[in-house]
Design a binder for this molecule. Structure first.
Ligand code: ADP
Ligand code: XUL
Length: 523
């Protein structure tokens, strides 16, 4: 049996999945997850973030990620499996976060002392002690400056897949250059969280993959290479500080002697890491156009593979590179579980009562519409939140329950049209995907089959599957992505099928919904 290891360094935790492959059969043989706050408490993070006084800033520590990787590797080394079979390692990381290294990093990464943890050995390589992460929203000025220099946000989106966003790496790099010019000048290499951790494993600078590179406002999507105009608009000499961009299946190197000695591991191949969303694309089995994933977590997200890099002209959606070499579209909604919970609590229901209310109300809610913007909404862009009711009686609990779920599904269908993909199948993930009444509305609105996925951490699973794919390609026997996910990314029993009559009704209701939405936005 060959083993393939996938990591996921997310906002709050580090996870690992070992995939065992025997002939053409593959399955998960080990998985583990450790919250950063508990695994490396010496850093004093709360939910993975360093405490600070400015609520618009969110930073973490690169050394924390290095030490957490070390703790997870010691857990893996003790898992009881014969790790001499470990063939390849890859990873997934929260997108957009950046790590700033000085010129001593190259040598330090290659010559670490296996008797000591990695964190304090790397402290001297940092030109910035902290890493801004995706929850940082402090760079509005830099977004405007970069967009203006490249000819506006539409031009930036057309080239890089997204307009300027505060959390994206380019605006963050610009802020660092403006606030700390000397430290910026001392920066030899700007890594993403993903490429930093790949570098650490390989013992030398690793490239960035197009999936994570497209979360920077710096990469020309169609060429999978840096866009010089955006790079110049961001900070001086940045072209000399960025790693190369390489296909997601590139072998970045061999597990360094440090890790081999420290945890008694073999010389496994280290595959380029990617962002959590591109990795989730693989881990959720979205390897053909027409299958979407809808994650019903704290916020809701819809994403899927796109063969062409079609852009969202409204500026809310993102196009990222996909680990298959194609592209992926992604649109995020902040009022997800949060809004469902608010409606549930307004009428003193539990989830069972919420489901009963959904089942007891007619599809289409007799034409009544609710816009459930409890908090500022990302899609469509709503800065001043508030509930908007059209025809709904304030005391009618069941109609509100149906109203929130229908509005969310109609909004997701409406605001993913820019991807120009007809979704026939949806893989549902996240906490609320356990609710079959919600999934039935999803099936009816999209006119698609809905399946709930079995493995929870699709980003981590995607990383392990990518390790397997890259290893096979490197050995000259490439695998189709279908083969890579088959038997591993399996939906649970009980596919929900759309009702054709209800789907036709929702197509009509979509028009009314779009009108209400436009009116509420003042358009
Ligand atoms: P996160 O984005 O934090 O990872 P999860 O994917 O774990 O979130 O989803 C957690 C959410 O799932 C909870 O906040 C809750 O609102 C929702 N949830 C859990 N069970 C149900 C259910 N039966 N019906 C609807 N929502 C549910
Ligand atoms: C995507 C985004 C988040 C992060 C962390 O643009 O900001 O999904 O990748 O999960």
């Amino acid at each position: 049996m060959s083993l393939f290891l996938g990591f996921d360094a997310s906002t709050q935790s580090i996870s690992a999945i070992l995939l065992g492959v025997d002939g053409d059969r593959a399955h998960v043989v080990f998985q583990s997850s450790l919250p950063f706050d508990e695994a490396v408490p010496q850093y004093g993070t709360r939910h993975g973030i360093l405490p600070g006084s400015d609520p618009s800033e969110a930073v973490s520590s690169p050394l924390l990620w290095a030490d957490a990787l070390d703790v997870m590797l010691s857990t893996i080394a003790a898992c009881g499996l014969d790790l001499r079979d470990l063939a390849a390692i890859s990873g997934s990381a929260q997108q957009h976060g950046s790590v700033y290294l000085n010129a001593s990093a190259q040598s330090a990464l290659a010559h670490m002392d296996s008797a000591r943890a990695p964190g304090d050995q790397l402290a001297g390589c940092l030109s910035r002690s902290v890493s801004p992460i995706w929850m940082d929203s402090s760079t509005s000025a830099e977004c405007a400056e970069i967009a203006a220099k490249v000819g506006g946000n539409e031009a930036l989106a057309a080239r890089t897949g997204s307009r300027a966003f505060e959390r994206f790496t380019g605006p963050q790099i610009r802020k660092f250059f403006k606030r700390e010019p000397d430290a910026y000048a001392a920066t030899d290499r700007v890594h993403l969280v993903s490429s930093f951790l790949a570098s650490l494993l390989a013992g030398g600078h690793a490239p960035i993959d197009p999936g994570d590179g497209s979360g920077m406002n710096l990469m020309d999507l169609s060429r999978s290479d840096w866009w010089p105009q955006a790079v110049d608009a961001t900070a001086p000499a940045l072209d000399r500080k960025l790693p190369a961009i390489a296909p997601s299946w590139t072998i970045a190197g061999t597990l360094s002697p440090y890790w081999q000695a420290r945890h008694d591991l073999p010389a496994a191949q280290v595959v380029v890491w990617s962002g959590d969303n591109p990795c989730s694309l693989i881990g959720a089995g979205l390897v053909r156009e027409g299958v979407a994933a809808i994650s019903l977590g704290t916020s809701d997200t819809i994403f899927g593979l796109m063969q062409e890099p079609r852009i969202d002209r409204t500026g809310t959606g993102h196009v990222f590179g996909a680990p298959t070499g194609a592209f992926m579209g992604l649109t995020c909604f902040s009022n997800g579980s949060l809004a469902r919970e608010r409606v549930r609590d307004m009428f003193a229901l539990d989830w069972a009562g919420f489901s009963r209310a959904l089942a007891a109300t007619p599809a289409g809610n007799d034409g009544r519409v609710l816009l459930p913007w409890f908090v500022p909404e990302i899609t469509p862009s709503v800065a001043s939140p508030g509930l908007r009711r059209f025809g709904l009686d304030e005391d009618d609990g069941p109609a509100h329950v149906r109203g929130v779920v229908e509005a969310q599904m109609l909004s997701m269908a409406l605001h993913s049209k820019w991807m120009q993909v007809a979704f026939d199948t949806i893989h549902a993930t996240g906490g609320a995907s356990a609710n079959r009444e919600i999934l039935q509305v999803m099936a009816d609105v999209f006119g698609a089959e809905v399946r709930q996925l079995a493995v929870g951490n699709s980003a981590c699973l995607g990383a392990a599957l990518r390790a397997r794919h890259a290893r096979a390609a490197a050995e000259g026997r490439p695998l189709d992505w279908d083969e890579v996910v088959r038997g591993v990314v399996e939906p649970l029993e009980g596919t929900l099928r759309p009702d054709r009559r209800r789907h036709a009704m929702y197509q009509e209701l979509m028009r009314a919904y779009a009108e209400f939405e436009a009116r509420a936005l003042g358009n």
